[in-house]
Design a protein around this ligand. Structure first.
Ligand code: PHE
Length: 349
């Protein structure tokens, strides 16, 4: 019995020498330790043996089993180590290689200028408000004092999505934010918001696009006057276009403001002397504004005897064109990377 066990052990040691792969080792394992493996075979006839003999065979086969298991485990460890080393060798990374430079993008000029506007107004205590681009006729026109058939709608005759009475359209002005902000403000208290966003009109030439960006401002409070409007917009123009900029207010008409004004600034190309940009006038119109019409206040739940407000709206594209000297509005929306790259934030490099 002992010799047999020794023999099994030495054949295993011989067999194992040629084992290179885990699968081969597993085959060997079942050959020796499996259900019908060599060691199980050894104990097959135990029941025919005497108690003494059984004891001896049991002991020898157990020792053999432990030894064989140990040998196989050692071999498994060796194979796994070799596998790992091989993997480490193959997957080695040469960290001395110079890396590829990651190309850095730059902010779109519209994003830059919008952020500049927002920062300025936030510094004056405004919050940034955003409204949807698909609007109801009611919010875009009716509640801004432009009932159906009002002639002032012509200038903004735009992209309707439905034909019904309660129709929806792509908003033609961010003034819709005035209505929304007033209606959403349940306690009907003061409001101070700016709302930048896309608007849509049926226009298309070098200075007009069917889609452009506006920023709307609305302030509602007690004791708000035209002086507040003037002060705010003068500061706004100077901060965005330079301290030397002069600002002038001209009477104008918007259905939702009374009185209404248009705001001109001295031409930033010629400084007011007259050039092709300002059509020799020295002035460029940049904003529409006015005191919120009492009817507009009351249509959205504010008592015009208690609250007043002022509103203003301007085309962000126009400011960007002036500020960065962009001659054609269409390049802003053309998505040509060479155009956008010109506005890289060099100062942050
Ligand atoms: N919504 C107007 C326009 O698009 C601008 C404006 C806004 C005028 C707010 C007065 C007050 O022309």
């Amino acid at each position: 019995m002992k010799e047999k066990a020794e023999q099994i052990k030495s054949t295993l040691l011989k067999d194992i020498e040629s084992v290179k792969k885990i699968q081969e080792l597993m085959d060997l394992k079942s050959k020796y330790l499996g259900k019908s493996g060599m060691i199980t075979e050894l104990t097959k006839n135990m029941k025919d043996l005497s108690v003494e003999e059984r004891k001896e065979v049991g002991m020898i086969s157990n020792t053999l089993k432990n030894e064989v298991t140990e040998i196989i485990e050692q071999c498994e460890k060796k194979i796994n180590e070799e596998l790992l080393n091989e993997k480490l060798q193959n997957e080695v990374i040469d960290i001395t290689l110079p890396s590829k430079k990651i190309k850095r993008g730059s902010l779109h000029p519209m994003t830059r200028i919008t952020e500049e506007f927002e920062d300025l107004f936030v510094s004056m205590g405004y919050t940034v408000y955003s409204g949807p681009e698909i609007e109801s006729d009611e919010n875009c026109f009716q509640k801004l004092n432009l009932p159906k058939g009002h002639p002032a709608r012509d200038a903004q005759d735009t992209f309707y999505l439905t034909d019904e009475v309660e129709s929806f359209l792509l908003r033609s002005q961010t003034s819709t934010a005035q209505v929304r902000a007033m209606e959403e403000n349940v306690d009907k208290g003061p409001i101070r918001i700016v709302c930048p966003g896309k608007v849509y009109r049926r226009d298309e030439d070098a200075t007009h696009s069917h889609q452009f960006m506006q920023i709307e401002g609305l302030v509602i409070d007690k004791n708000v006057s035209m002086a507040d409007l003037k002060g705010t917009l003068e500061l706004f123009c100077k901060k965005i276009l330079g301290e030397k900029t002069q600002v002038r207010f001209r009477p104008s008409y918007f259905p939702f403001t009374e009185p209404s004004v248009e705001v001109d600034v001295t031409c930033f190309k010629c400084g007011g002397k007259g050039c092709n940009l300002c059509k020799q006038t020295g002035w460029i119109e940049v904003l529409g504004a006015g005191m919120v019409h009492p009817d507009v206040l009351s249509m959205s739940g504010y008592d015009p005897n208690v609250y007043q407000g002022f509103a203003f709206g301007t085309g962000i594209d126009r400011f960007a064109m002036f500020k960065y000297g962009i001659p054609d509005i269409r390049t802003i929306y053309g998505n040509d990377i060479r155009f956008i790259e010109q506005f890289d934030r060099k100062d942050e490099d």
